[in-house]
Write a protein that binds this ligand. Structure first.
Ligand code: GDD
Ligand code: MG
Length: 325
């Protein structure tokens, strides 16, 4: 009885355009490494060493980077959808490459969630409650953009209400599910299905035990530029510890070959990537500067994302989120 993983990394990342024009959302660097590296590290820390990446949009960039997973001490499979199958179809498709046995459990991760939740405790809760599915839930002030998940006193999921106008609770689907291996048989093959809008309501209609595991620690969906910047800063400043974050001083993460001008100050969890050149007298706060960008003298950039290989003119002062794209 083993625990394997599926990572959903096939979405288009529409809200992150133009950042996702040439890079899929899960491959965008957050605290110096592709976001997926943080999720793989989290999975591994919880004892998951075999995982399928469910890819669709720009599927071909994942494998050259992560390979067979041996560099991470994991076994990584790739389940590629030629046409995006939706979250449910992607889960079904990826389950086929995992060689599942009765009694196995599979942890399924949305590919854009950064969380400090206790995954080991979620797995234990799932096993002890003998649930078919266990959903990680968190609380947000405004649940309209999420899957709303009311529970009863025994933590049974009563309904799954994806993106509703008048949320019935602030408890939301936090994007990490555990499925008993028998559940995959209930999802049809090779058609577009939403796990949120179709599969979860279907499992509840069938009367299966679906539990909610509530954990209110750090949680963020990195699906917008502002959230991506926040995630990167929080990891560099160690508000959230990820084993995949490269070593840094807790103030900034600066590539060895970056060039910094005289009296230039970098702070607030900024990331200065490979080959970046920053002129004299600049102040860079809580900002991600992607590979090869050149920043002129006396620039002040706060909470932004600077495009790879872009040229930012001297004396630029900005608090825009997207710069040089
Ligand atoms: N392989 C594959 N194929 N992956 C997909 C597809 C697909 O067709 N569609 C979406 N995904 C992946 C995305 O890459 C992302 O990692 C994940 O599935 C969720 O998709 P999003 O587009 O980010 O959904 P969302 O943020 O609007 O809502 C989801 O996440 C919320 C938490 O952040 C839902 O699961 C909500 O219920 C949840 O509250
Ligand atoms: Mg999302």
């Amino acid at each position: 009885m083993s625990v394997k993983g599926i990572l959903l990394v096939g979405g288009k990342g529409t809200r992150l355009m133009p950042l996702t024009k040439h890079t899929p959302k899960p491959m965008l660097e957050v605290a110096g490494v592709p976001f997926t590296a943080h999720q793989l590290a989290k999975a591994k820390a919880a004892g998951i060493t075999e995982i399928a990446l469910a890819t669709s949009y720009m599927a071909d960039v994942f494998q050259p980077y992560f390979g067979d997973g041996s560099a991470l001490g994991m076994k990584i499979h790739y389940a590629i959808e030629t046409e995006a199958l939706g979250t449910g179809g992607a889960i079904k498709n990826a389950s086929k490459v995992l060689d599942l046995k009765p009694g196995d459990s599979v942890v399924i991760f949305n590919g854009d969630v950064l969380s400090g939740h206790d995954l080991k405790a979620q797995i234990d809760f799932h096993k002890n409650s003998k649930a078919a599915v266990t959903l990680f839930l968190t609380e947000v002030a405004d649940a309209r953009a999420f899957g709303c998940v009311p529970l009863d006193a025994e933590k049974n999921v009563l309904a799954f209400l994806e993106k509703m106008e008048n949320p019935v609770t602030n408890l939301i689907n936090a994007g990490c599910y555990i499925f008993d291996s028998s559940v995959f048989e209930l999802i049809p093959s090779e058609i577009v299905i939403s796990v949120e809008r179709e599969t979860f309501p279907d499992l509840l209609n069938r009367g299966l035990v679906v539990k909610g595991f509530v954990d209110l620690s750090y949680w963020l969906d990195i699906g917008t530029p502002a959230a991506l910047i926040t995630a990167s800063k929080d990891l560099v400043m160690q508000k959230l510890i990820s084993p995949a974050t490269p070593k840094n001083d807790g103030f900034a993460l600066i590539a060895n070959d970056a060039t910094l001008g005289k009296s230039t100050k970098i702070s607030g969890g900024s990331v200065i990537s490979k080959g970046v050149f920053i002129g004299d007298g600049c102040e860079i706060i809580g900002t991600i500067i992607f590979e090869g960008a050149k920043i002129g003298d006396n620039c002040r950039i706060i909470s932004g994302i600077v495009a790879p290989n872009s040229k930012i003119p001297a004396n630029t002062s900005t608090t825009s989120e997207i710069i040089g794209y």
